[in-house]
Design a protein around this ligand. Structure first.
Ligand SMILES: Nc1ncnc2c1ncn2[C@@H]1O[C@H](COP(=O)(O)OP(=O)(O)OP(=O)(O)O)[C@@H](O)[C@H]1O
Ligand SMILES: [Mg+2]
Length: 333
């Protein structure tokens, strides 16, 4: 097996007659046998990349090799080695869980008896066996996601693309899906997943790339990304937004770059935590502003994201979302 399951080089994808670049020269290598994370805010190009790698969409330029096969020149062969669970669960609502999987098995040209056995096996693996004969429209969001993932695994593909597999799920369903993903990787599957949840990336992914406006703006392990920030995050909480704004002006120069003010809370990355905190406290105290809370903590992947993109990963409303997409997000399973 080759070292890389996916090798994408300088992928560009334009829309609107070439006037808009959804992907603007993306190069990534996904090592075989790992979970690889594609992170980025809404509209950064994650789904476009997944669609190109899974042969749904052609790149405008650039090359993508999946399991040694070229997605443009050998799309049929690529489809045989990949599984895809898209951003919106693609189960047939009117079919039962079992019927959904059996249909996908037939589409994969399986013999009837193999299709039935494989469908049952997956339903058990994904904890859906007791709902096997219920229509998918009666399933919860988490169950649909699991069924969709099971459908992507019917043919036992060595490479799996998961587009925001846990968006919209409750914490327990999310944990369940993480366990399934970890089990798959232990079994040798390579997974490329997109996510907006940095906790998810931190837990599952060995390597990450962060996309923004169709370009990679950071890549590496989560520890490497975190170490790009200052050593410590200083968090100051005030009684009012006015106090926070005034304090932010007063502490100018202490953080390595301008702090983030979110309502009554200031978050600043600093290189020498205790000294910076003492300095900030002195200035705030001199101006007789009341401090409600003070915390020094290690940077999280969320801080990395904020520092790179200027907004928090899950902060949907602060992101430019093209018309029509916001409403659709709410409908995500
Ligand atoms: N078929 C299309 N026609 C026109 N524009 C498109 C098309 N597909 C995607 N885009 C645009 O390309 C950009 C990237 O979209 P994409 O769906 O890849 O982002 P994403 O990172 O998956 O976002 P989200 O987190 O909301 O799923 C967006 O601005 C989107 O509107
Ligand atoms: Mg998407």
């Amino acid at each position: 097996m080759s070292e890389f399951a996916v090798e994408a080089t300088d992928i560009v994808r334009t829309f609107h007659d070439g006037n808009f670049r959804a992907l603007d020269g993306v190069t990534l290598r996904v090592p075989t046998g790992q979970v690889f994370g594609l992170l980025g805010p809404n509209g950064s190009g994650k789904t476009t990349m997944v669609r190109i790698l899974s042969t749904v969409l052609a790149p405008t330029s650039g090359t993508a090799i999946v399991n040694g096969l070229d997605v443009v020149k050998q799309p049929g062969r690529v489809r045989k080695v990949i599984g895809l669970a898209g951003q919106f669960a693609a189960v047939d609502e009117n079919l039962t869980g079992f019927e959904n999987l059996r249909m996908v098995s037939f589409l994969n040209h399986m013999e009837k008896s193999t299709a039935i056995r494989r469908s049952h096996e997956l339903l058990v693996d994904f904890g859906l066996d007791t709902f096997a004969n219920k229509q998918a429209k009666t399933y919860s969001g988490g169950m649909r996601r699991r069924l969709d993932l099971a459908a992507a695994l019917v043919a036992n593909p060595p490479i799996l693309f998961l587009d925001e597999p846990t968006t919209g799920l409750d914490p327990q369903s999310r944990q369940d899906l993480w366990s399934i993903i970890e089990r798959l990787v232990e079994g040798g599957t390579t997974i490329l997943l997109t996510t907006q949840y940095l906790e998810e990336a931190d837990r599952l992914c060995k390597l990450l790339v962060v996309l923004d406006h169709g370009k990679i703006i950071a890549e590496g392990t989560s520890a490497q990304l975190k170490s790009q920030l200052g050593n410590t995050v200083l968090v100051l909480t005030f009684a009012s937004t006015d106090d926070a704004q005034r304090a932010n002006d007063l502490i100018a120069g202490i953080p390595e770059k301008p702090a983030n003010v979110d309502g009554t809370v200031i978050e600043a990355t600093v290189s020498n935590g205790p000294a910076a905190a003492a300095d900030a406290l002195r200035r705030i105290d001199d101006a007789q502003i009341t401090l409600v809370g003070l915390q020094l903590r290690e940077p999280s992947l969320d801080d990395v994201f904020l520092s790179l993109t200027g907004h928090k990963a899950e902060d949907v409303d602060s992101v430019e979302v093209p018309a029509g997409r916001r409403a659709r997000r709410k409908a995500k399973v």
